[in-house]
Design a protein around this ligand. Sequence first.
Ligand code: FE2
Ligand code: FE2
Length: 402
Amino acid sequence: MPLTLAHVSDLHVSTFGDTFHDRARIVKRSARVADTSAARLEVVWSEAGWRVLRERETRGKKLHIVDPDGYAHPLPSKSQSTLIDPIERAAEKACRLEARRAKTLATADPSLGALATLAESTPKNSNVRLLRAVRQVEASDVDFVAITGDLTDDGDGYELIEAAFDRWKSAGKLLAVPGNHDLYLFPLAGSGRPRPSQASKRAAWLAFAKRIGLLVQTCGAWVRELPESDTIIVGLDTCVRPQRRFFRHNGAVGEEQLAWLKTYASSNAWKSARHRVVMLHHHVVPLPHGVGRRAPSEIGMRLDDAKSAAEIFDEIGVTLVMHGHRHISEERQPAGCKFRLLAAPSLTLGCRSGDGPSFWRVKLDENVHSTRVYIDLEPVDEDEDPGISTEQLPEADIHDPS
Ligand SMILES: [Fe+2]
Ligand SMILES: [Fe+2]
């Protein structure tokens, strides 16, 4: 029986849909849960778990916005709103953030019209973009959805992914591997927002993997055997190695997963399958992003053991490798390799070539058929420090948020 799947990648959802790719709009909030127990505070507005608190001692001049998770948000200035009353301004900000919050969108099931309204004022919001993109994945009528990492921008927002892809999740047909954004940490100056730890990020990924029915081995890999479609899909974790330095996002499959893969490949199930598919986040070969362009810098981004991984993929007869990470849409059969390769761009932010978001619709029958399906969304430019090119920065300061 033929199998169809949507290869999507790099969703970059987050608590409020803000991403490192649009740093000017990062939602700042307290790094720790705010202490709101003091008797000096009174609630002057509340809705959906959000509160605006006033300090009694300042005769009502000092206000605080606190979100449903207990984090404090800065008050909007007069120039950020047409409202004159500061309490109304604070409530307006709370309502705007609440409407884009991953937890809220996960249960709200907003209509296309409602999503269009949200997108009008925040066109780069990845949470809103995901829900709009999924409508087009649904229209492509695929059996499985395979996500190749960077599901989240900073380890939060999994519930929105589960809600968006519920049709496949509830059928046990949602597959995923983690990316560097899901598991590694970012250099963030100051205390502008809560900071996850490597342990909290890994726990969130593993809990998500369990909820969608993936049996992740201790080495980080999982396997799904689909004998009715003559197919086996293996997921590899390229961030299974603890991050060495926080500005380094290099990945590695690692000896343990490669050994597991070789052992698994000796099974009859693997040897007799027609399609032997591997999903991973980091790229196996550097990819140019368009005709006449060089591959983007590899610093801090590469797969350290790409060579040995590719050799083993060929040795055990992998037929198709699917990955994400560089936000580049490309299909190729790399020189010197027997496997085919599909690189998916970001489903929410687009492709580095300048193309808008897209995904691969893959049909596996006697052959592999892949079609690029474009999503009707504009690409999101990556913000760079003004006037500073990555070539001018010392390696330690280079941050590429793919
Ligand atoms: Fe990535
Ligand atoms: Fe990414």
